[in-house]
Design a protein around this ligand. Structure first.
Ligand code: SAM
Length: 213
């Protein structure tokens, strides 16, 4: 994603400390405290501008949602969407998902969402893909038993790589779709990228990977 620098973004993120969590490690194992209630915990990695997490949080007010996004100039748009929607069940973390196991305890997370993550097509960049085995190890650690990774992409190469990576790691695969928008899934909440790609007529691939223990 091209990132347009917004010099005011940091100030805004620092202002809304109730939504943008400055020290996620502090809540490791106790995320209920950050929401003032215990509930299902759903984490989106690479939240981008927040359309998906806000849509999910509105659809499922009984769950707690956390969006992790690397760039402050992007996550600030997700913050604005949360404010506009007056949502109480979303928290945002402006950080690298590589630190996942520092932010969440073992067996703390119910669902992980990976939407349209960067494909990193060159072999030498494999380790940067969010479905590379080192990331899967972190997901497995924080996910509850039978917790799921929900994965969507427009990129066929990344999809095929990810199916193999999930499967080799030992996750069970379910709900695979090679053309999600023609599968008539009324439950589907679209992300910004998903809308953009599907308008261009591109296929959307989807699968879920479940911890096998
Ligand atoms: N999920 C959004 C969507 O579908 O519209 C955004 C997709 S965009 C291609 C990928 C996003 O993931 C970018 O905003 C990028 O900054 C973020 N990202 C990439 N690697 C990340 C990482 N290691 N930790 C956190 N965010 C990351």
């Amino acid at each position: 994603m091209r990132v347009r620098h917004k010099p005011w973004a940091r100030g805004k993120l620092e202002h809304y400390t109730d939504i943008v969590i400055r020290s996620p490690k502090y809540y490791n194992g106790e995320w209920g405290e950050a929401f003032h209630r215990e509930a299902r915990l759903c984490v989106e990695i690479g939240t981008g501008k927040g359309q998906f997490i806000v849509g999910m949080a509105e659809k499922d007010p009984d769950a707690n949602f956390i969006g992790i996004e690397l760039h402050e100039s992007i996550i600030v748009s997700a913050l604005q969407k949360c404010l506009d929607a007056n949502l109480k069940n979303v928290r945002l973390i402006n950080a690298d998902a590589r630190g996942l196991t520092e932010y969440f305890a073992e067996d703390e997370v119910d669902d992980i969402y990976l939407n349209f993550c960067d494909p990193w097509p060159k072999n030498r960049h494999e380790k940067r893909r969010l479905t590379y085995s080192a990331f899967l190890a972190q997901y497995e650690y924080v996910l509850k038993s039978h917790g799921a990774i929900h994965f969507k992409t427009d990129n066929q190469g990344l999809f095929e790589y990810s199916l193999e990576s999930f499967s080799q790691y030992g996750f069970l695969l379910r709900n695979i779709s090679l053309d999600l928008h023609h599968a008539n899934d009324r439950e589907n909440i679209m992300t910004e990228y998903e809308e953009k790609f599907s308008k261009k007529g591109q296929r959307i691939y989807r699968c879920e990977a479940v911890c096998n223990d």
